[in-house]
Design a binder for this molecule. Structure first.
Ligand SMILES: [Zn+2]
Length: 402
């Protein structure tokens, strides 16, 4: 495969900037700046905005303590208590009357804040920067960590990749992760849910202070405030573990028109990755039980037919032939029902041998945007972080927004 050629554009691209100002877009830029300041989650300054991360859900109780003194405050009642650093754990429980802690009822939402400068709040087994919000939803608790976006990223890098991977790859990844989070900050659904991102794989894996090390903090700090934009907007910086040699387009995976910077294209940077190709065998009867557990009731399974593929040869639609007829599913739905850890991607073929189904596939994850395993190899081969980002998000700019 011939080496790709890159046109790298960055915020330091002076001629482009001059043309913009000369065209009178300065007023528009000022306007956008104030729009950004008014967006929920952004602080009233150009420093790192605050992000709310859902760290626990469906809990009947949580234990909270801190490395220094801390306070608990009811958000809708005039009630607040302070605890010294020597205080043993505070148990917060869901009850029919609302949140119960320290022998009192605190309403449906409480805020736990450190009182000392560098104090960290511990929730169950993990320490967190910033403050903790506990909400009672129905009969169970949901726990949210609110902290500056840059400090949130410190706890993401090690959980998603290794900070010890080539510097250019890690820098590219920190920019993608920051961009992903900033896009979520602009999403109005947080007004209903109370958080911007989850700490699990559905967004970016985040492990609080326990997920940090000095190198991950250093790499995040080296790209502070840098994000990817396309036509002046923060992009949807999707990424995944391994594309299996062919990235997928956003539209193919989630429907809609997609974006010109998230397109299907072949590339072999990740071909040596342990996730590049995989096999998964499952007994037909076990697969039927698994689908039944997830609410899909089928008769005895006979065959799985692949009906349609997308541009990257990922499976779009399958037909499951069974005792009672035929059931059609999308490839993504089948993967979700079987489990994304076993059926690692929708880039697969499947055959029936005797009592078993044999899946053979490539890559791990949805395949859209940056391929972590491929970016690692690009870093090893000497590509810069700008080149890595231009390769996976073509046509975008790296800009500094704070
Ligand atoms: Zn790849």
């Amino acid at each position: 495969m011939s080496q790709p050629r890159f046109i790298v554009k960055t915020a330091k691209d002076a001629p482009m900037k001059r043309i913009r100002w000369e065209n009178g877009l300065f007023l528009l830029a000022v306007f956008l700046f104030f729009i950004i300041l008014c967006t929920p989650g952004y602080g009233a300054s150009t420093s790192s905005p605050l992000i709310r991360v859902k760290i626990l859900k469906d809990k009947s109780r949580v234990e909270v303590r801190a490395t220094g003194s801390y306070s608990i405050r009811a958000l809708n009642l005039a009630r607040e208590l302070s605890f010294p650093s020597s205080h043993s754990a505070l148990t917060i429980e869901a009850s029919q009357q609302g949140i119960r802690a320290s022998g009192e009822i605190w309403g449906r939402e409480v805020l736990i804040r450190p009182e000392g400068g560098n104090s960290l709040i511990r929730v169950d087994s993990r320490r967190y920067r910033g403050q903790i919000i506990v909400q009672q939803k129905g009969s169970l608790l949901e726990v949210i960590n609110e902290l500056p976006l840059e400090e949130y990223l410190w706890g993401v890098i090690k959980a998603e990749i290794s900070p010890a991977w080539p510097r250019a790859c890690v820098l590219a990844f920190t920019i993608a992760a920051r961009t992903y989070a900033l896009k979520k900050l602009q999403d109005s659904s947080s007004r209903t849910t109370g958080y911007h991102v989850s700490s699990e794989q559905e967004d970016q894996v985040y492990r609080g202070v326990e997920g940090e090390d000095s190198l991950s903090r250093e790499r995040v700090n080296q790209t502070r405030g840098k994000v990817l934009t396309y036509l002046g907007e923060i992009i949807e910086a999707k990424y995944h573990a391994c594309c299996g040699g062919y990235s997928a387009s956003l539209g193919d995976v989630w429907g809609g028109e997609g974006y010109p910077y998230l397109v299907a294209k072949p590339n072999n940077f990740c071909s040596k990755s342990p996730y590049f190709s995989w096999e998964f065998k499952i007994e037909a009867e076990k697969l039927r039980e698994l689908l039944k557990e997830k609410g899909l009731i089928l008769g005895r399974l006979y065959r799985i037919r692949l009906l349609e593929f997308d541009q990257s040869r990922r499976v779009k639609r399958v037909e499951i032939q069974h005792q009672e007829g035929k059931t059609e599913l999308t490839g993504t739905k089948l993967r979700e029902l079987v489990g994304g850890g076993d059926l690692k991607s929708t880039l697969f073929t499947v055959e029936r041998f005797a009592a078993d189904f044999f899946f053979k596939g490539r890559g791990w994850g949805h395949g859209v945007g940056l391929c972590q395993e491929g970016a690692k190899v690009m870093g090893e081969q000497g590509y810069t972080y700008e080149e890595i980002l231009e390769f996976y998000y073509p046509g975008t700019l790296v800009e500094i927004i704070y």
